[in-house]
Design a protein. Structure first.
Length: 86
């Protein structure tokens, strides 16, 4: 399963009563009030647990959480940063 598909499933299960209809990688999550600021932090905890990454506070911004595509890009960037530090 791709990061995007996993995130769509997680968002649907957590905030949309399991219904992913109309949700894709470009759906504006914040603009449509699917997630709010507290939801962003809940999602951060999920990303850290699921992908074994650390999301620095400076990365918790509307730009990085505007849609699934942006969140997946953040995950990939932080995974690569973690590998570069090894």
């Amino acid at each position: 399963m791709t990061i995007e598909k996993h995130l769509i499933s997680y968002v649907a299960d957590t905030w949309l009563e399991g219904d992913p209809d109309g949700l894709d990688e470009k759906t504006p999550l914040i603009e449509l009030n699917i997630i709010d600021s507290s939801g962003m932090f809940e999602l951060v905890h999920h990303l850290q647990d699921e992908y074994r990454i650390t999301v620095p506070l400076r990365e918790v911004s509307p730009d990085n959480f505007q849609n699934v595509k942006a969140i997946a890009a953040l995950v990939v960037r932080l995974q690569q940063k973690g590998k570069d530090q090894l």
